[in-house]
Design a protein around this ligand. Structure first.
Ligand SMILES: [Zn+2]
Length: 61
């Protein structure tokens, strides 16, 4: 499984959204608007699938 990440608009760094996906399903899945409490800046960030990317180093599935 890969971790679904977004880029924090405050710090420009990747933030783990708490979701995990395999590469194949992630390409076809419909994800509606989500929000995540950012570990880096403490704000709530709203994101959509187009904002997200996968980090294959995710080991904490
Ligand atoms: Zn943030």
């Amino acid at each position: 499984m890969a971790r679904v990440m977004i880029t924090c608009p405050e710090t420009g760094k990747p933030v783990y959204t708490g979701m995990n996906f395999d590469w194949g399903p992630f390409d076809s899945v419909q994800i509606h608007e989500k929000s995540v409490e950012c570990r880096l800046c403490g704000e709530i960030h709203t994101w959509r699938r187009k904002d997200a990317f996968l980090d294959e180093d995710g080991g904490e599935a």
